[in-house]
Write a protein that binds this ligand. Structure first.
Ligand SMILES: Cc1cc2nc3c(=O)[nH]c(=O)nc-3n(C[C@H](O)[C@H](O)[C@H](O)COP(=O)(O)OP(=O)(O)OC[C@H]3O[C@@H](n4cnc5c(N)ncnc54)[C@H](O)[C@@H]3O)c2cc1C
Length: 557
């Protein structure tokens, strides 16, 4: 066993770990980052998903909203983000020959679209006003995401001072379903608005724990505007730039280096090619999910994820499924560490864009923004209830987006010329509880079939006819269940945010004595910090978890 010493060791090489490594390296710290996979970037990666086909898909995460310009500037990241002209398109589930197209560049066309789906005359105006109101709150809170935490009262004062007192009440104090359903009348319009509260979050509009509100806030707060942009080159390009910045800053980045134990006294044990090593540091920054960190802090030799750990009959140090985390480590940073994920992700490569049943909208416009299917207010609620009762919702609510329309650079020149396109589908309300180690293969097939059926219900031709084939003749489609995601990138229960999201401010009675507490990255161990999605403000592709943990380290010295 070899032993080495650093200023900081980062456990996990997701985009947040890379961000922390870059900031700390820039500040002159000796940094070791350990990633168990062959590639860096975690769930922010591009992959050639289909054998012999030159298309580099954003395999998991795909759009960027929460990456602050400050991080891009500080780390001199060469990242291009493309703004989408169309916000969304949603076929009317009662008659998919019509649908709602929200065109950011054409208010008149959007208003006509509201009329076409039978929304009340003032619905478009109220819809626009709703988002204007939301911006009062999000514009006030966004700059605080990369600063020491405000308390709840301080955040409220900030928002109220910006003229947003009723917005605070509607978005932070009351279930978000209340304001959506009182402000808007049309079932489809309400649903389109509410989907932002359901990405990766298994909730209902009126849930008292307000997880849907927090998820909604994270989907609207990015840049203050909530725009979701397309990263040119795919999500892998974002992580590649962060990798470059970390390396240029002198950080040592090791891949295929699995951390097997973390000692709170600041050492880690990790394995490379079957050989165990030990490294010491003043600080350990955890880019892995809080649940995984809990497990590493008590770990012996092998770290399993979620259900596999339970299936192996291992002791309850990291009870992923049924109990809240109890050993008092990472749970200090985020009390929702055992919250399940609720999505199915499907990537497809098509020979061309499919034709729609709605002849008023071109496929380029419909797939140019977020394409919602079966996401009306009532369908979302019915889907939640079906899933809670143990079934795959039918129809399955889905969000679709076409990367190659905004950024064809992810396709080879031949595919581009041939008119091929990628589609990414994010199916909602498919909670991790539906999938087990035993039924995962069957559920993957059933979930994929449900996604295709949902898509076909609004298309003028079966999507299967447009699937390209790979070098072995297999159709170019890949489906990832929550368990697949847990196994691939170590997100327990497939939760895309490493656990339930938390408000971006501290409770009024929170102890904020140390830099780690003030930056929202503390664990119960003073020298072990959270630098990933599980940090208080770390959810999504943002680098904020990494930035904030690095700031806590630097401020402590
Ligand atoms: C299907 C899907 C779609 C999503 N879509 C979006 C989107 O469009 N936009 C968006 O903003 N966000 C999206 N997200 C969420 C976003 O991807 C995550 O919040 C983000 O990737 C978290 O980054 P991270 O660096 O904190 O952690 P991760 O990306 O989870 O990285 C953690 C890293 O730690 C490594 N690791 C785990 N255990 C060990 C160990 N024992 N030793 C060493 N290394 C270890 C993992 O291999 C991984 O590389 C999506 C996520 C998923 C899964």
């Amino acid at each position: 066993m070899t032993t080495t010493t650093y200023d900081a060791i980062i456990v996990g090489g997701g985009h947040n770990g890379l961000t922390a490594a870059a900031y700390l390296g820039k500040a002159g710290k000796r940094v070791l980052l350990l990633e168990r996979l062959e590639t860096l970037g975690g769930a922010a990666v591009s992959a050639q998903a289909f054998d012999g086909v030159e298309a580099w898909l954003s395999r998991y995460s795909y759009l960027v909203s929460l990456l602050p310009q400050r991080i891009i500037d500080d780390l001199k990241l060469d990242i291009t983000l493309v703004r989408r002209r169309y916000s969304s398109y949603t076929p009317d589930p009662r008659d998919p020959r019509r649908g709602l197209l929200v065109d950011n560049d054409d208010a008149r066309a959007t208003a006509e679209s509201f009329t076409r789906i039978g929304a009340p005359a003032d619905e478009f105006e109220l819809f626009s006003l709703f988002y204007e109101h939301c911006r009062r709150l999000t514009e006030a809170l966004w700059p605080t995401m990369t600063a020491p935490l405000l308390t709840r009262s301080e955040a409220k004062r900030l928002v109220t001072g910006a003229g947003g007192s009723s917005e605070w009440q509607a978005m932070i104090e009351r279930p978000i379903g209340e304001v959506i359903s009182t402000h808007l009348q049309n079932d489809l319009v309400r649903g389109v608005v509410f989907t932002d509260g359901l990405i990766g979050t298994f909730s209902r509009a009126d849930d008292a724990d307000l997880q849907q509100n927090i998820c909604f806030l994270y989907h609207l707060i990015g840049g203050g505007t909530g725009d979701w942009d397309v990263p040119v080159g795919g999500m892998g390009a974002v992580s590649a730039e962060l990798t470059r910045a970390a390396r240029n800053a002198g950080a040592t980045l090791l891949t295929r280096a699995e951390v097997v134990a973390v000692a709170p006294s600041s050492s880690v044990r990790y394995r490379v090619n079957g050989t165990e090593h030990e490294a010491h540091a003043d600080w350990i920054l955890s880019n892995v999910a809080p649940a995984v960190l809990d497990r590493l802090l008590v770990a012996g030799t092998e770290v399993r994820y979620g259900r596999e750990q339970l299936a192996a009959g291992e002791p309850s140090a990291g009870p992923f499924e049924s109990r809240p985390f109890g050993i008092g480590t990472a749970a200090a940073a985020n009390p929702n560490t055992s919250r399940e994920g609720a999505q199915v992700k499907v990537n497809l490569l098509l020979s061309r864009l499919p034709k729609l049943r709605d002849s008023n909208v071109t496929p380029e416009a419909a797939f140019g923004g977020t394409f919602h299917i079966h996401e009306s207010w009532s369908e979302l609620d019915a889907a939640y209830l079906a899933a809670a009762a143990g079934s795959i919702p039918d129809p399955l609510p889905c969000e679709i987006y076409c990367h190659s329309l905004a950024d064809p650079s992810i396709l080879s020149p031949e595919l581009r010329e041939a008119g091929a396109h990628t589609l990414t589908v994010f199916g909602l309300h498919t909670p991790a509880r539906l999938v087990t180690a035993e039924n995962n293969d069957e559920m993957r097939e059933r979930l994929q079939a449900a996604v295709l059926a949902s898509l076909n219900s609004v298309l003028a031709e079966p999507i299967e006819n447009l699937l390209m084939t790979d070098a072995t003749g297999r159709p170019c489609i890949e489906t990832k269940t929550t368990l697949d995601i847990e196994r691939a990138v170590g997100m327990p229960l497939g939760n895309i945010f490493h656990g339930g999201l938390d408000w971006p401010f501290a409770k009024d009675d929170a102890v904020l004595d140390t830099p780690a507490q003030r930056w929202g990255v503390a664990t119960a161990h003073p020298r072990v910090l959270v630098c990933g999605s599980g940090a208080r403000r770390g959810g999504a592709v943002s680098g904020i978890g990494g930035h904030n943990a690095a700031m806590a380290v630097l401020e402590s010295e």
